[in-house]
Structure formats: C-alpha cells, structure tokens
Ligand binder design. Structure first.
Ligand code: GMT
Length: 371
C-alpha cells in the first residue's frame, strides 16, 4: 500500500511512534512517504521504501505568525498526487489531521485518499479541549475515516469530551524489541563512582512535572548513593536546574540534553522516574520496561495500562514525592527485587505491546478502509 504519514518531527512520543510505525510498515513492503516540517527525530537517513518530504515554508512580512499548517496541507496534497497515496496517517490531531483533510479536499475525487488519525494525548487533553481548538479538533476527528487512540483511557477521554458520531478505536503503542533486545549502555560513563542511576527522559513540558523528580531525588540521595540523569530538552529544564541548585544537588545531577539512541543509555538506569500530571500512554516507561528497568510513575491516565503496580514498577499519586522516594529507596537497596521487576517489565512489554501484533492492527485498519 502507498501510505503517507505526518507527525511532529521533534523528540516526542507521537513522532517516535509514527516513525517506528513507518519503518515497520516499510519493512513489510509498504511504501511510506513522510511529510513533516523537518526530518523526524528517530528516522534514519536512508531506508528502503521510505521517503521523507519536508514542508516548504515561505516567510512574508504580512504574516505575523508562520502559516505552517497551510504549507503542510499543500505539501501533503502534492505528495499524495505525485505518488498516488492511498491512505494518509495523521499522528496527533493538531494540525496534522486537519491538514490531511484539507489536502484530500484539494484533490480531484478519484485521487482522494483515506485518512486515519491517531490521537496521542495532549492533542486531546490539553490542546483539543481548549476552547480555541475544540471545534477544529472535533471537525478533524469527524472528517477522518477512522480515529485511533493509544490507550483505553485516551479513547474514553476523547469520547467523553467530544460526543463523536463514530467510535474511537484503541490501538496501543508498541515497543521496538529489535532495537532494545541488544541494548547496551555504559554505566561507568554515567556514574563514575558506581552510584545507583535514577533516570528521567522527556521533553520537559509542564505536564511532566520535572521539579517533582528533583524533589523525590533529594530524598533518595539522602539515603542511597545515587545520580540523577535527566535526558531531554524543553521549557521546564531551567526550573528543574534551579531546584537542583537550590537543594544543593549540583554534583549529583547530570543534564544530558536530547539523546537520539535511547537504547545506548536507558539500560544503564537502575530505575526510571516519570511523575507526570497525566500520560495518555507513556512511551518512555514502556521502553524502560523493555530494557528491564523498573519504573516509578504516577497513577494517572493511560500509564496504568502500561506499568503494573508492584510488578513492573510502582505507581504513586501525582505530586507525592515521598511515595516516589520511598519506592525508589526500596528498589535501589534490594537488588533482587529490582532484577525481578526488570524481568517482569520486559515480559509485560513484549507480551502486551509487541511490534508485530500492533503493526498488524494498523494494517488491518488500513485494509478495511482502502479495500
Ligand atoms: O506531550 C507529550 O509529552 C508529547 C506527546 C507527543 O505527542 O509527542 O506524548 C504523548 O504521546 C505519546 C505517544 O503516543 C504518549 O506515550 C505520551 O503519553 C503522550 N503524552 C501525554 O499524554 C502527556
């Protein structure tokens, strides 16, 4: 099948899922055309059956704000026409689903493609429910041929907020076990004094509550020789750095910035901390589990469908840094318990979120629509 994909190209869960899905579909013989504002973060430079088209943006003094969505719709239309695209998969409703709909409408009827929109979380919970985006998000979903969401929780939230005419289908995110099966990481490079490694990976948005990580870590470091490794970039990094300084933890915390090859770093962690306000799914916890790293997260949103409390990690209430620190100290001081949880995490990741099974679900959906 000839498939188009749009996604946010930056280091974020939705872009990573879209990229991994595109790669998996290309390996199965489909032809994939990405249309994005820049080369997607996790997409290798050259892959068979994969083409990457970047959006052409003009700047004109009259436009106070960049008109990126129009340029994206225009590029989708061009690519779809030139390559006879049968199905467009929009990852993240805003603006990708709307742009795909605009592009489809610009094509003559015989060249129109089907549209699948995958909701990833904040496109519904933060952006879509904001009054400034509510109607256009609802329009995007109602004019897609199928809408999927990455967890049962997000499916329920979407149906509750938007009174849609067609049901939303849940298709979970998957783990790239090929990548993580042989994952290796250099512990000594991250913790030269052989301290325990507590890791956090995100795009440092407010929803990630990164200052909770530092506060929980202060309590952990009080009891256990430990290092906090913060991976990623984003608006809250400076606040986290300020709390590190304020709590006198500067010599125990490393900010690594964005890191593309997560498999070369995640396995070094003794535990992953993810204290988000809510997560529709939690790609990083899933990748941690696949690397046998226990996860301490918040029992909010779809993350409870990924992390099993007491089995693959522990779940605390949002903001309860005492709870996070207590479970962390238990894990960091009981190597056998941590090892067992790591194994159970990998088993759960591969059993519930395997690439083959999830990619086949998308393929079945595409076939249902394209015929
Ligand atoms: O908002 C973010 O944190 C990034 C966002 C994205 O779209 O890149 O992540 C969302 O999509 C991921 C992939 O489906 C999910 O694993 C994340 O849980 C979700 N983030 C939130 O719901 C906060």
């Amino acid at each position: 099948m000839k498939i188009g994909i749009t996604c946010h190209p930056t280091a974020g869960g939705s872009g990573i899922v879209a990229t991994e899905l595109g790669i998996a579909l290309a390996e199965k013989g489909h032809t994939i055309h990405f249309v994005t504002t820049e080369h997607p973060f996790r997409l290798p430079d050259c892959r068979e059956n994969i083409f990457c088209h970047c959006v052409d943006l003009i700047s004109y003094p009259l436009f106070r704000y960049p008109l990126c969505a129009f340029a994206l719709a225009n590029r989708i239309c061009q690519v779809a026409e030139e390559h006879a695209i049968q199905l467009w998969h929009a990852h993240y409703a805003t603006p990708h689903a709307t742009c795909a709909i605009m592009a489809r409408e610009m094509l003559p009827p015989e060249k129109r493609f089907k549209i699948v929109t995958t909701l990833h979380g904040t496109d519904i919970t933060l952006v879509g429910t904001d009054p400034s985006f509510f109607r256009i998000t609802k329009f995007a979903m109602e004019n897609s041929d199928a809408v999927t969401a990455v967890s049962k929780w997000l499916t329920r939230e979407t149906e509750r907020e938007f009174d849609l005419t067609s049901p939303v289908r849940t298709i979970y995110n998957f783990v790239n076990e090929d990548l993580l099966a042989h994952a290796r990481a250099d512990r000594a490079a991250l913790a030269p004094k052989n301290e325990k490694i507590v890791m956090h990976i995100s795009n440092f948005r407010p929803v990630k509550r990164v200052t909770d990580i530092v506060r929980a870590f202060a309590k952990i470091a009080d009891q256990v020789p430990a290092r906090l490794v913060m991976v990623g970039e984003g608006p809250e990094r400076l606040s986290a750095a300020a709390v590190v300084k304020q709590l006198g933890l500067s010599d125990k915390v490393t900010f690594l910035g964005n890191y593309r090859a997560i498999e070369n770093i995640l396995p070094a962690a003794d535990l992953l901390l993810q204290p988000s306000e809510h997560e529709s799914f939690g790609m990083v916890p899933l990748e941690a589990m696949a690397c046998r790293v226990p996860v301490i997260a918040t029992a909010s949103g779809g993350i409870i469908e990924v992390v099993e409390h007491g089995v693959t990690g522990y779940l605390c209430e949002v903001g309860d840094t005492d709870c996070m620190a207590a479970w962390a100290i238990e894990l960091l001081t009981d190597a056998e318990r941590a090892r067992q949880m790591g194994e159970q995490g990998r088993e759960r990741a591969l059993r519930l979120f395997p690439k083959d099974k999830i990619v086949a679900q998308y393929e079945a959906l595409y076939s249902e629509l394209v015929g």
